[in-house]
Design a protein around this ligand. Structure first.
Ligand code: AMP
Length: 419
């Protein structure tokens, strides 16, 4: 039977661990790292293996290369990783040609493999098909890449004695290095600390939540978070829906929303969610007062409206104070809070006020003893900007992966270790 190990009890002495991390960091035009959060997030796991007398083979993707391409080379980050780990890092210029380097690794040594996505086999998707490819050609190309993917995975696995997945950011993808490789280590596979932390945080909200449980879901479109909303309606006590997506709900209720962002084709879904909430006794809280503008720009003149009566030509840009006060009250009365997505056009400082106050409320609720989980680019940016990243319970590192987890999906990268 396959056995999931734990990084704290596994004996790494004299072993080689192949570790999938998410080192997909942003680089500037001089190939310098502009934000090393993802590298720092993997350090506890990497250091643990080295401290216990193991050797590391680190693998990751960077960007979306279509083949070998210097721009997406992980060589640009070797020095930084080395500095952070405090040991030299060797580099394998081709992840499929690292046999000798991997074999020569001694305890405490580190080898970083070149970008896995130089190979189509990592994602298992055919490349180079012309737009005019026939269905037969597409099917044949898909079959070919799936076949060679088996060899690719087997080759990566041959470098090491055990496998650690610490790449939460790609856990929702069923790729060679995130899911498929685990089967080569039936009794020697485990999560890294970052993965473990992310999984626990999600479980704290979806499985073991203390009630009242409140979710604050914002962002631009209902369509991108429809599955999230549908799953949460069955679990939460309060569902705060803010940001651009809120106006589709207001319109569904018969409100006049001016020229605020909305999706007419999602109105039936919005009505279904409202109906479901009513049946289950879930409190859906929408914006009551909106800060609107006549043009989509930071310095636009603003006017406050009842969210159900926004004048023609005006667009809802942020939650007004009365709305925020309602939401703050719900937040402060909750024991568990999940937040994903801004409640206004956060990129414009003049329309970031609502979102920043939500960040503040989460920090206050945490201080009062609530469990708070924050995910998604803008929400994470908001808590970071306010200096609250350490004042909420958990800040998720994986946008897409976290969304899929709160949709209730089983993530392939997690299942591959657990099964
Ligand atoms: P998402 O990626 O779905 O989390 O959405 C984030 C985006 O939602 C940000 O770029 C915000 O500017 C946008 N957003 C939030 N509120 C509004 C709004 N009232 N009108 C237009 N866009 C919004």
């Amino acid at each position: 039977m396959d056995m999931q190990q734990h990084i704290d009890s596994y004996d790494f002495a004299g072993k080689k661990a192949i570790v999938r991390v998410d080192f997909n960091v942003p680089l500037n035009e001089n190939f310098e790292i502009t934000d090393d959060t993802r590298i720092r997030a993997a350090l506890p796991t990497l250091k643990k293996v080295l401290q216990e007398g193991g050797a590391l083979i680190i693998m990751s993707h960077l960007g979306r290369p279509k083949g070998f391409d210097e721009k997406f080379s992980l060589k640009h980050i070797v020095n930084h990783v080395s500095e952070k780990l405090g040991v030299p890092v060797q580099f394998a210029e081709d992840c499929m040609k690292a046999d000798a380097q991997a074999a020569a690794l001694k305890p405490g040594e580190v080898l970083l493999l070149e970008n896995l996505r130089y190979y189509a086999e990592e994602e298992g998707k055919p490349r180079g098909l012309g737009a005019d490819a026939s269905d037969e050609e597409k099917a044949a190309a898909k079959k070919a890449v799936k076949e060679s993917q088996k060899e690719f995975v087997k080759h990566l696995a041959s470098y090491a004695d055990c496998y650690i997945n610490d790449a939460f950011g790609t856990a929702h993808r069923s790729h060679a290095s995130t899911a498929l490789i685990a089967s080569y280590f039936p009794d020697d596979k485990m999560f890294g600390y970052l993965m473990e932390g992310e999984i626990k945080a999600i479980d704290n909200v979806l499985k073991n939540a203390q009630h009242p449980l409140t979710a604050i879901i914002g962002g631009s479109k209902v369509s991108s978070k429809l599955a999230v909303l549908k799953n949460l309606v069955g679990k939460v006590d309060n569902l705060i829906i803010g940001g651009g997506m809120g106006y589709t709900f207001i319109k569904a209720q018969g409100g006049e929303i001016g020229c605020s962002l909305h999706e007419d084709d999602l109105i039936p879904d919005a009505l279904e969610i409202l109906e479901e909430a009513k049946k289950k006794g879930v409190n859906i809280s929408l914006s009551v007062k909106t800060v609107a503008a006549q043009k989509f720009s930071n310095d636009a003149e603003t006017k406050e409206f009842d969210t159900h009566h926004i004048a023609e030509g005006w667009e809802g840009m942020d939650a007004a104070q009365e709305t925020i006060d309602n939401w703050k009250k719900i937040i402060m009365d909750s024991k568990t809070i999940l937040w994903n997505g801004p409640v206004g056009v956060f990129e414009f400082p003049n329309f970031a006020k609502g979102t920043l106050q939500i960040a503040e409320a989460l920090a206050q609720a945490t201080e009062k003893g609530a469990y708070t989980l924050v995910g998604g680019g803008d929400s994470v940016a908001a808590v970071t900007k306010m200096g609250y990243a350490n004042k909420v319970s958990y800040v998720s590192t994986g946008g897409g992966a976290m969304l899929e987890a709160i949709e209730g999906k089983t993530l392939p990268g997690i299942a591959a270790i657990q099964e």
